[in-house]
Design a protein around this ligand. Structure first.
Ligand SMILES: Cc1ncc(COP(=O)(O)O)c(C=O)c1O
Length: 393
């Protein structure tokens, strides 16, 4: 457990979170010198990856030839066994298509199955790429707000259905939900699948956060929902959030529908896209074969961090925080302070010297919220909480 307490200096490692954010803060908030600002924003962890991953990558590096490669059958078996063990989900190896990230996979899926002008629906607030990719591809974005309920979210299926009825081509589901950390119930997922079948909507299920779920909640893969085989579903999964290896770039699409899979393969061929690079494949295989123990410890550690943050921030007037069911991200409701987003960002950056994500990054529905990443050593979390308090009072 103690390894999670270790503070690694990530400065000067070309880290988005620790280095590149300085340019962003200067451009967006006019912060002259961000060198003493604590970054708790983008979703990667400040923890070392499990030893098993490091050893597997080192072992691959021991062979000095890095020529063309393919994904081994053992690697696919490791993926298959992981999803059986953790999610009771049997994935046919032949239905897996590799990609270098979930975001580029989303882009390939939308490019394959929709045309410019087509409506792509999302439920906001949600991970920004769900807005950025369809917009960049000149699709018409249909953003339906989730319903706020006790600092968590619910679907209003009648509103979603109205939009589907009006001609939506694809719906991108975030399951579990980022930024709210909601683990959708079986009933929610059944309803989504049903609506997608009824209105012939492609269902893109982004399940990148599936493995990080706290006690009491259980992630249900969309493809295991009753009736899923009648729907057009592409599920995106990855070991990158789970094991903090986003910089290695590895993701998969699971596509049991033969017709959809054939079209995605055509798209992939059109772009000359390859499978994973050798280091990513070695890391992925090791993680899924031997990463269970590390994951269980990490979840426990992050859960303790969350309990602390929830308790401390709820003491602050005008701030409400609820422990999420999934992810290492806390969605902070500061609407009660009466501060606008720009006032709040100014305070946390200039007074607290703390970088959190502003809620509107996830859509207008995120106004009045901040997202805090607590996947870091407890001392860092405590520091972050003190900085947040200082910003407010
Ligand atoms: C819902 C969701 N999808 C995708 C990603 C990023 O995926 P990738 O790094 O594989 O492109 C994130 C990262 O935070 C995310 O929260």
């Amino acid at each position: 457990m103690s390894s999670f307490n270790q503070i690694y200096n990530r400065k000067n490692t070309n880290s988005l979170k620790w280095d590149q954010f300085k340019d962003r803060l200067k451009a967006k908030y006019n912060v002259e010198d961000a060198s003493d600002i604590l970054p708790m924003w983008v979703a990667d962890m400040d923890f070392a990856v499990p030893e098993v991953i490091i050893n597997a990558v080192k072992q691959r590096l021991d062979h000095p030839v890095f020529g063309y490669s393919y994904i081994s059958d053992e690697c696919k078996t490791a993926i298959q066994n992981w999803f059986i063990r953790h999610h009771n989900w049997h994935i046919d190896k032949n239905t897996i298509l590799f990609h270098h990230g979930v975001v580029p996979a989303l882009a390939s899926i939308l490019e394959t199955f929709t045309q410019p002008g087509d409506k792509v629906c999302i439920s906001t607030p949600v991970y920004p790429a769900f807005t950025n990719i369809p917009t960049a591809q000149k699709r018409t974005l249909v953003a339906v707000d989730l319903v706020q309920s006790e600092n968590s979210f619910k679907y209003d299926f009648s509103v979603l259905e109205e939009q589907f009825k009006a001609g939506v081509k694809a719906y991108i589901l975030c399951s579990p939900h980022n930024p709210g950390g909601v683990v959708w119930s079986k009933e929610d997922l059944e309803q989504i699948v049903k609506l997608c079948i009824k209105y012939d909507v492609l269902l893109v299920s982004d399940e990148i956060h599936a493995d990080i779920v706290f006690e009491g909640a259980k992630h249900i893969p969309t493809l295991t929902i009753e009736g899923a085989e009648q729907a057009k579903i592409v599920t995106c999964i990855a070991p990158t959030k789970t094991f903090n290896m986003a910089g290695l770039h590895a993701a998969m699409m699971v596509v049991p529908n033969d017709e959809l899979r054939a079209k995605l393969i055509e798209n992939r061929n059109a772009h000359g896209q390859e499978d994973l690079n050798i280091l990513a494949a070695s890391a992925l295989k090791a993680a899924y074969e031997d990463g269970d123990e590390w994951l269980a410890e990490m979840i426990q550690y992050v859960s303790n961090n969350m309990d602390y943050v929830v308790e401390e921030l709820n003491k602050l007037e005008g701030v409400i925080v609820t422990k999420p069911q999934s992810t290492y991200l806390i969605w902070i409701d500061y609407r009660g302070t009466g501060l606008t987003e720009s006032e709040m960002m100014h305070r946390i950056l200039e007074v607290g010297r703390l970088a959190l994500e502003p809620g509107t990054k996830y859509g207008e529905a995120g106004n009045g919220f901040l997202r805090m990443n607590v996947a870091c050593p407890f001392d860092t979390v405590k520091d972050g909480v003190e900085r947040f308090k200082k910003s407010l009072y």
